[in-house]
Design a protein around this ligand. Sequence first.
Ligand code: ADP
Ligand code: MG
Length: 363
Amino acid sequence: MSFIKSGFRPVFSSQPRAVVSKSGILKQAGPLVFLLSLGVVLGGCSKIPPARSEFVLGTVCTVNLYRGGTAALYGDIFARLRDLEGLMSSNAADTEVARINQNAGIAPVKAGEEVIRVLSAALHYAELSGGTFDPTVGPLVKLWGIGTEQARIPAEEEIRGALDLVNWREVIVNREAGTVFLPKPGMGIDLGAIAKGYAADQAAELIKKAGISGALIDLGGNIYALGTKGEGKPWRIAVQDPLDVRGAYIGVLELGEKSVVTSGVYERFLEAEDRRYHHILSTADGYPADTGLLSVTVIADTSMDADALSTVLFVLGYGEGRILADSLENIEALFVLQDLSIRGTPGALENFTLVNDQYRIVR
Ligand code: ADP
Ligand code: MG
């Protein structure tokens, strides 16, 4: 027997909670705004600022326009997110990505500039990771169905069949014609590891255009902190404890305008036969990727990079992932290993305060 636990458990709390002050000493503070999924943004203000949450892109998305937000701007932002879902989701039947998948082995499909842009970025990351990250993982994602009612452990043979269809090198993007072609029947694109990041960047664009100087975008834990929260204070973004309930955190990152995205074993999973099967899959063996990590958090200037790279580094594991993170400019990464050590790039560790003594930082 198996059952699915949606890894998603939004928590809003207005009760005083222990938070870490700037000096790193635990103290009681005012209400906390528990943002969703990975992100818990800590604040000491006395009332929860106005924000709007909606279920879009398969998750709860929260936008908080701290100063100068209007109902019209919130409306525009969520309309934009819904439009992007309508282009890039591979679950709905009538998105551009779904049409590309339905025409696999049949014909090239016209796609708009945005789908081509995000797919091209995903293919770039596929190349960078030697195919460990691969946006053609669609057939494998569908087979496991993790996070859906149909989640199950597939048979070996089914996994082999799906794996045969996973190969980013076979995707034909024709920029002039504006088309995408998947040459083999059954192939399928899945932008689940990158689309929310792109969407967060697009929401940020709208907010910047409106002249707002501080805002927080949280698309199911895919965080974009824009400008400053006020009085030049840094944003304080909590990193989810991958072994605890949603909202429990291992530590806090203090940052300026950055995107912060975590990929982890806790996000979505299937529990069956006394085991947990999470949603980030190995393109080598077709099973949930087990690289000795519990989570990877990436800090970057764009959310698309942070989102894609958090998945890339997760599937690569600490050894190769750290080498890749060190080689990339303006990218910082924090790795939580199964041995409960926390490792990372110097820039990530510098801005991170550990608050959970189950874990230890190893430099
Ligand atoms: P989340 O969706 O929880 O934010 P990620 O950004 O790490 O987490 O993306 C995980 C999603 O990426 C999966 O749900 C699936 O759609 C897709 N995916 C799974 N394995 C891979 C892989 N090896 N390469 C690229 N995408 C993947
Ligand atoms: Mg990702």
